[in-house]
Design a protein around this ligand. Structure first.
Ligand code: ADP
Ligand code: MG
Length: 695
């Protein structure tokens, strides 16, 4: 067998791996032998030297050796076996709560014993509770380990010891031939140049006794950086390939009669901001090309993305194609449907609606009209993904609040309008400002336009942070605002896991608030209400027939009521910063000065204080997103599982931000110099989930 093939065998090729073990290994992402090598230790134990008892300190994990002086069973609150051990420099007690008769006999006075465990302060002296131990012969030298002991992330039923044995087998197969270097010198990161891939892998799995353990634990060791770099590069290459593949397809050239666009612009009650104008120009230029546009529009809450989407849709229709706009929640989709209908109907463009909670006959009709091409623009939720939805001539796919959807869903919708080699244009929009480095990784297959300006006349929202012990003051404030003809949102955050309980909590809150504020007109919306009921309440709020809207976080995205000037968010400490910023974006949409009260349940952790402070001090979505990223990590911010942002094995998007900065260039260099190596690199790191390959 050729060297490289040894590593690409299934793990069952290794000694000791049967069906059961293989199943468990899959749970930790290991299918091929080489996947083991990419499964890196979480931390290390030092069994390379014996620590004298006299030098022990609590909390250390150490290897010690001594002679048992006394062994006795104590009957206290819990029966335990205590072995007093000493080595001439000091002593230590080994404590066992569970022990067999045989064990008790083995651990007898006079035996030499070697133990590994954590030292703790016991009632009378230093102790180790249930150490790993080994009884030694009375004389002779037993060698210690030559390398630090790696501790791997594992899963139930898969022991460290078994995992370590498998690693040993895999590492024995690892050499330059089995795992060749794929980076050309120019595509390499200079700092990491001293490690080849093979050296780096060997180092992190079997660090020498003098390794800089602290550096390893902080993931800052050059060997780790070398691996992270290669993985990030592989990911960047994947996205670049995806993008290149898409560019091979043709797309309908969407350039229609300008009259449509102008008619819509004239009907709008406002002129576009410069930023909106610029972004629309980007889009119009892209969709006029014979290749599919792949563009992400980022714009903070309230920057006016909807009208940009509508103008793009109008252009598609003017060019004789259909457009689809998808939103992540029914509430938001409904609102877009209404906005689009208002704007497009006067132009004679029929707008359709497609969502999950729709009657069978309504659905049948919309599906027929989509297929026949009678409906030119359709707005809806992920119900649009379903197989039964087919288009007559889909030219443009618009996805709002992209962070709520995954790469897969984005591509699935695009594939709807695809025939042999033609594909619709794609516009994705997000209000979650994504820090640049992260955007490069998650959306490297997209071009990015930013709406970096809010429409004029907005007053910034003033944010205050209060404990919920001051709820009465907050209620008084709500009352005062409503007396001045202002409207209020009261957001109940989701303490409960189930949607049912969340809605229940919102209902209870609405009832309690109504009791305290009998003269106010209070409405309620939550995710479990019928769409028609929700719409009725939302419309009433929009028309000013309700003073206050009590809601769950369903109103997080997109809802637009300019007269609402006060928002109260309960249990604000439980939400992510970006989510709070989104919610807060529901106010401050008009001329009146707006306020947001973040109520928390004391005591607030230090971290919690820092987070809410950040929100109080900044209204800038990008600043907040960057902080959020640092505090919570990219998976939480972007929702890893949904975005299809890969779960990296080695790399960490926070720790390795420095590496991200050079990725784009490195990927281009490698693609240009050695496209075959680039292919091999992608396979090496992402063969186990070639999500992106099927496009
Ligand atoms: P978002 O970017 O959060 O989706 P929307 O598209 O919902 O923002 O727009 C927010 C509000 O701003 C809406 O009421 C919209 O009509 C209004 N708006 C959009 N563009 C402008 C503009 N150029 N001038 C004034 N108001 C605008
Ligand atoms: Mg929006």
């Amino acid at each position: 067998m050729v060297a490289g093939e040894l590593l690409s065998q299934p793990v069952t090729a290794l000694k000791g791996v049967g069906g059961k073990v293989a199943e468990r290994l899959i749970k930790i992402g290991v299918q091929q032998v080489q996947d083991l090598l990419f499964h890196l230790p979480l931390r290390y134990q030092d069994r390379t030297r014996l620590m004298p008892f006299g030098a022990l300190r609590p909390q250390q994990e150490v290897l010690v050796e001594g002679t048992i002086q006394l062994s006795q069973v104590k009957f206290g609150r819990r029966r335990s076996l205590l072995c007093h051990v000493s080595d001439g420099t000091g002593s230590l007690i080994l404590r066992f709560f569970h022990f067999s008769k045989a064990q008790q006999e083995q651990l007898a006075k006079g035996r030499r014993i070697r133990c590994f465990g954590e030292v703790r302060n016991g009632p009378s002296s230093l102790e180790m509770v249930h150490p790993e131990y080994q009884l030694l012969a009375a004389d002779g030298i037993v060698p210690v380990d030559n390398e630090l002991t790696p501790i791997y992330p594992t899963t139930e039923g898969l022991h460290q010891l078994s995992l370590r044995k498998l690693m040993k087998q895999a590492l024995a197969l690892l050499d330059k031939e089995a795992m060749p270097e794929l980076l050309t010198p120019a595509a390499r990161l200079h700092d990491a140049a001293e490690y080849s891939l093979v050296e780096a892998l060997k180092y992190v799995h079997q660090p020498p006794p003098d390794a800089a353990v602290d550096q390893l634990l902080e993931r800052q060791h050059p060997a780790q950086k070398r691996l992270a770099y290669e993985e990030l590069l592989a990911q960047q290459l994947t996205m670049k390939k995806l993008r290149a593949q898409t560019q091979h397809h043709t797309a309908p050239m969407l350039k229609g009669d300008k009259a449509y666009r102008q008619q819509l612009l004239q009907a709008l009650p406002f002129p576009l901001t410069k930023a909106q104008q610029r972004v629309i120009d980007d889009i119009l230029q892209d969709i006029a090309q014979p290749h599919p546009m792949q563009r992400l529009v980022q714009g903070d809450v309230g920057s006016g993305k909807t009208v940009v989407a509508a103008l793009a849709a109008v252009e598609a229709v003017a060019a004789g194609c259909q457009a689809v706009m998808m939103a992540p929640t029914e509430l938001l989709a409904e609102q877009h449907f209404r906005t689009f209908s208002n704007w497009l109907s006067p132009l004679g463009i029929q707008v359709g609606w497609c969502a999950g909670k729709q009657t069978a006959s309504e659905r049948k009709q919309v599906l027929e009209q989509l297929q026949s091409g009678e409906i030119k623009v359709v707005v809806g939720t992920h119900a649009l993904f379903q197989d039964e939805v087919t288009f007559n001539n889909l030219g443009l796919v618009i996805i709002d609040e992209q962070h709520r959807f995954g790469v897969h869903q984005r591509l699935a919708l695009r594939d709807k309008g695809r025939d042999i080699d033609s594909m619709p244009h794609q516009l994705v929009m997000t209000a979650t400002p994504i820090p640049r480095t992260l955007a490069m990784t998650a959306y490297a297959d997209l071009n990015v336009s930013v709406i970096d300006e809010l429409p004029p006349g907005r007053t910034p929202v003033t944010t205050v942070v209060l404990p919920d012990t001051r709820r009465d003051d907050v209620i008084a404030r709500v009352h005062a605002a409503c007396q001045q003809q202002r409207q209020v949102y009261w957001v109940c955050t989701l303490i409960e896991e189930s949607e049912h309980l969340q809605c229940q909590a919102a209902e209870d809150t609405a009832t309690a608030l109504q009791d305290s504020l009998p003269d106010l007109r209070i409405g309620l919306v939550h995710g479990r209400m019928k769409p028609t009921d929700k719409e009725r309440v939302m419309t009433a709020f929009k028309l000013g027939e309700l003073d206050m809207l009590v809601a769950t976080t369903v109103i997080e995205v997109g809802v637009d009521v300019p007269n609402a000037s006060l928002m109260v968010i309960e249990n604000a400490e439980r939400l992510g910063l970006s989510q709070l910023h989104q919610l807060r974006g529901r106010v401050g949409r008009g001329q009146i000065e707006s306020h947001c009260v973040l109520m928390y349940h004391p005591p607030l952790s230090e971290n919690g204080q820092a987070r809410l402070k950040c929100l109080r001090e900044s209204n800038d979505g990008f600043v907040i997103a960057q902080r959020d990223l640092e505090i919570r990590g990219p998976g939480e911010v972007l929702g890893t599982r949904q975005t299809g942002l890969p779960q990296f094995r080695v790399a960490d998007l926070i720790e390795d931000q420095d590496l991200l900065a050079v990725m784009d260039r490195a990927a281009r260099v490698l693609l240009q110099e050695a496209p075959k190596l680039a292919d091999a690199l992608v396979l090496r790191w992402f063969a186990h989930k070639l999500d992106f390959g099927h496009v």
